[in-house]
Design a protein. Sequence first.
Length: 130
Amino acid sequence: MYCGRDFAPSDGGINELYTFDLAHDLRSGDAIASAVWSCAVSKISEAPDPDAASCLTGISYMSGTKTSHRFTGFKNGVTYVLTALVTTQLGDKVSLWSHVECRRNHRSSPQSTFKRYRRCARNEPLRRAV
């Protein structure tokens, strides 16, 4: 299921943390037991990336109703689809996805290229903390 909004554009090539909050998708008292993330090139992308799956870095993180994963190596001009397939403690399976477009040099501050927190939750605004 589409999470309701796209992630903010990426600078590409850097280590970024993306998060889905499933608070509106889980039953009361349920939490995430496991999450499997994937990365693919979107059908709306203006450029190709045959190695999109290799942009995932490390392991998935889970905390309550949130799951996160780090990505690196996004290529300029490519729009990616980030997907999380979640299994909950009560045995439900939920899938959320969203787009992220790589646009190098769209931010002016070099400090903004590190420690980015991106969140996608249905009916909630994206928040970024640097």
